[in-house]
Design a binder for this molecule. Structure first.
Ligand code: ACM
Ligand code: ZN
Length: 512
């Protein structure tokens, strides 16, 4: 075999350690799969992943064998690789993936996927191909435990099939947190049984076809959509099978026009309001002086908690104008009663109220960095996107956790002219001024996709890829192993996989 015929080893994100050996292994009709009990979900995933292209399922066996095998073994004491790491060994006889947990083995499977010819991504059986993988030993584990992607479905609603496709792409990239922005001014996208008007009224707005919005409701001239509880459960299960945690975001107290359109009594003025069709920051927000608001939000969170197993619940907290609070009798009284001198303290009060509430339910509050305050509940996680990183550093040094998403580096909705692929790749989540002993409080990074200017699926993929591929490498790969030149070379080959997955990414010329 000449060098040019040798299967390439192109893995994104770059693993910690790769050793190449002579020889190859071929997956054939005779290959069988043995897995430890406790790996049923991972086995089902692997079989389903490879089935379409192989044109048949890799059969399982009840014993390990010495020829033509894939072995998935749990081994609870592999040092250094943690809960998400794996060891992958490929010889001419077979493939062995070991991990301390099923998540580790799952990521080993993602690496195996990338060692196979790109045609493995095909949804139709591929004939005339040898499913060869190079002989390698790989030891691998992630740099960060939070490797996130956020999708805003309030501005534009994508629906179950698109979300599932994105989750599968996240899995390919070893991303593990899907932050689901389900609520914003322009739409409420989650069924809440106790408050049906949230979806009856809050999920709909006037359609604007000229900006590319597609009619996705039965009603004429109406743009909208929401997820039923059944659909949400289906998505959470699909995500879990891919080792992805779904973190719902329910915005409060700002970005809440869609709620106020349905329940105007939760505002300071009483309304009436419409679900807005323009973008921006709106003055009307929840009234923190009104007890009804706390009861409403507790009821909503109760249903959210029942649906989402995630330990973390995101409450937004960004961009909250205080203008209505200043001229509201109830807000003034609340401020006096609590002894606050500033209206901002009402937001801190509300945030801490729900931090305690979530804590009482065994959950943890997360919010954008505008929730930061010296009196913020200590368990709250902040998500840095905007403003002075110094405030976030102070927050971390008080022992709190943070996820980094600096907007001029990580926002996938920004044009490539502002955030080129190269710039995206260069993003470093750990703030320069943060002492090393606090580094573990930087849980990781996330790339948000806000969809004001992303009315459809095609545009979504173009904005997200390949920048999300770059963020995935930063989230997983050791800092010292990152190299943009090598990444770009690998990307040329990796993108051919996305072609087969029918993803309209930005080309390398467009992206840089
Ligand atoms: C944000 O971009 N408003 C969090
Ligand atoms: Zn008020």
């Amino acid at each position: 075999m000449t060098d040019s015929e040798k299967p390439q080893v192109v893995i994104i994100p770059e693993p910690v350690e790769i050793k190449r050996h002579e020889g190859l292994f071929e997956i054939t009709k005779k290959t069988s799969l043995y897995a430890d009990t406790g790996l049923k979900e991972v086995v089902a995933y692997l079989q389903e992943l490879f089935l379409p292209a192989l044109g048949g399922e890799i059969p399982t066996t009840s014993k390990t064998n010495n020829e033509n095998y894939i072995h998935l073994l749990l081994n609870s004491d592999i040092p250094k690789i943690g809960g998400e790491g794996y060891i992958l060994k490929i010889s001419e006889k077979g493939i062995l993936i070991e991990g301390n947990t099923s998540a580790g083995i799952f990521y080993g499977i993602q690496t195996l996927r990338q060692l196979l010819p790109k045609e493995i991504e095909s949804q139709k059986a591929v004939s005339n191909i040898k499913w060869l993988v190079p002989s390698v030993s790989i030891k691998d584990y992630p740099r960060f435990k939070w490797r996130g992607f956020m999708l805003d479905e309030a501005r534009h609603f994508m629906g179950t099939e698109v979300v599932k496709k994105l989750l599968e792409l996240m899995a390919l990239h070893k991303l593990n947190k899907f932050h689901w922005h389900l609520v914003d001014d322009q739409g409420w996208r989650i069924q809440i049984d106790k408050y049906p008007k949230l979806t009856e009224i809050g999920s709909k707005r006037e359609l604007k076809p000229k900006r590319g919005e597609v009619q996705n409701t039965e009603e004429t001239n109406v743009y909208g959509g929401f997820y039923t509880k059944e659909e949400i459960k289906e998505i959470i299960t699909y995500a879990k099978e891919r080792c992805i945690e779904v973190i719902p975001e329910i915005e409060m107290p700002g970005h809440s026009s869609s709620v106020l359109a349905a329940y105007p009594e939760l505002s300071c003025t009483g309304g009436p309001f419409e679900v807005p069709t323009r973008w921006g920051i709106f003055a009307d927000v929840y009234c923190p002086g009104n007890e009804q608001v706390y009861d409403f939000l507790k009821d909503v969170l109760d249903e959210v908690i029942e649906l989402f197993p995630s330990q973390i619940i995101h409450i937004g907290g960004d961009e909250v104008p205080k203008i209505r609070w200043r001229s509201c009798q109830k807000c003034r009284e609340k401020r006096k009663k609590e002894g606050f001198t500033k209206y901002k303290e009402l937001q801190v009060f509300l945030t801490n109220y729900f931090a305690d509430y979530l804590d009482s339910k065994g959950r943890r509050l997360m919010g954008w960095n505008q929730i930061l305050d010296e009196n913020l509940a200590s368990k709250a996680i902040s998500q840095f996107w905007f403003g002075k990183v110094k405030e976030t550093v102070v927050h971390i040094e008080s022992g709190r956790d943070t996820v980094m998403t600096r907007y001029l580096w990580t926002y996938l909705d920004h044009p490539y002219k502002i955030i080129s692929l190269k710039r995206a790749y260069a993003y470093e989540p750990i703030p320069k001024k943060l002492e090393e002993k606090y580094h573990n409080h930087v849980l990781g990074l996330e790339a948000p996709l806000w969809t004001e200017r992303i009315p459809n699926e095609k545009r979504l993929y173009w904005q997200a890829f390949p920048r999300l591929t770059a963020f995935a490498e930063t989230g997983w790969t050791l800092k010292k192993s990152k190299n943009y030149k090598i990444f770009k070379k690998k990307l040329e080959i990796f993108l051919k996989r996305l072609d087969i997955l029918e993803i309209d990414y930005a080309t390398l010329e467009e992206a840089d």
